[in-house]
Design a protein around this ligand. Structure first.
Ligand code: NCD
Length: 315
């Protein structure tokens, strides 16, 4: 069996283009599986997976859980809001306790960048990053790139504009890495205050005018304003943001070409996207959600193939 170059998925940064291709090819097979009348395969029977979420999630958590169940894994779920974390337990103690119950893989979402990397250094389970603060969200970038490949035939040579709150977005950084590794041309667009100072050093184009960005791209990946991560005001009001950076049908109709609209969710309708765009034939947002399950099945399956001993704990 072909294997990934790492036994963890901590970020796109650590993947090779060959790893990404292998994940896509494996996801093709699983996409076919989840569209069959019997949507389950026994591939991860006897593998126990803990989903530990220290931050809110709808899509990602459901998608991982469905992927795990479609692969016949045993699944336990943990969310920090109703756990002993509230009583002062450390991250390592929490996870070691879960691992003492013989868990093989840990899917973690945490508000601190690097939390999954910390776990990977200290515990002997496969770690999958489901979003670490403003840092990376690798499975989201994989499913985004996979959805572009599905819609446009390939990612190489495509022009992709990532539009919105780049500064606070883990989806943006993982997308930049993934798209570049696959040979796409990447642009970021948003208010100057929401673009990291050194973003151009990542080799992306930078554009402040959303119409110019849309006119340039084949695909626009539109991001939410991450208000929960903003301690200061980066723009005067959401209304003003929607006026200057919101994408609506009138704006799309004013372009001289058709482009594909993506969004990782959750959408703030009427802010970054109007409903007549989010629900239009331009949008592949629901395809992204469907592909998320196939991509996560592929990642879990391939990482399970890299595990050596099923041991717990560190030191
Ligand atoms: C994203 C996230 O949590 O980083 N959503 C997701 O995983 N589908 C983006 C967001 O919250 O805006």
């Amino acid at each position: 069996m072909q294997q990934l170059s790492s036994r963890h998925l901590l970020g796109i940064k650590g993947l090779t283009p060959e790893d990404i291709e292998l994940i896509f090819e494996t996801a093709d097979t699983f996409k076919e599986v989840i569209n069959r009348p019997i949507r389950k395969v026994p591939s991860l029977r006897d593998v126990t997976i803990a989903n530990i979420f220290f931050e809110n999630s709808t899509r990602t958590k459901l998608s991982f859980e469905l992927a795990e169940k479609r692969l016949s894994a045993d699944v336990v779920n943990f969310s920090s809001s109703n756990s002993s974390v509230k009583k002062g337990e450390t991250l390592l103690d929490t996870v070691n306790n879960i691992l003492a119950m013989k868990v093989d893989m840990v899917v973690i979402r945490h508000s601190s960048p690097g939390a999954p990397h910390f776990l990977a250094r200290h515990i002997n389970a496969n770690i999958i990053n489901a979003g670490d603060g403003t840092h990376e969200h690798p499975t989201q970038a994989l499913l985004d790139a996979y959805s572009i490949r599905e819609k446009h035939g390939s990612v190489a040579g495509k022009k992709v504009a990532i539009i919105g709150d780049i500064l606070h977005s883990r989806v943006a950084l993982s997308n930049i890495f993934a798209l570049q590794k696959l040979g796409a041309d990447v642009m970021v667009c948003g208010p100057n205050t929401l673009l990291p100072k050194y973003i151009a050093h990542l080799g992306v184009k930078v554009e402040l005018d959303v119409k110019k960005a849309l006119q340039w791209c084949d695909v626009a990946n539109v991001l939410r304003i991450q208000l929960e991560r903003q301690q200061i005001k980066y723009f005067p009001s959401l209304r003003e943001y929607a006026l200057y950076f919101g994408i609506n049908k009138r704006l799309l109709d004013s372009l001289d070409k058709k482009i594909t609209i993506m969004h990782p969710g959750p959408i703030n309708r009427g802010v970054e996207l109007s409903s007549d765009v989010a629900d239009s034939e331009h949008s592949i947002i629901m395809n992204q959600v469907e592909n998320g399950v196939a991509i996560r099945m592929a990642v879990l399956y391939l990482l399970a193939g890299t595990s050596n001993e099923k041991k717990q704990v560190n030191k």
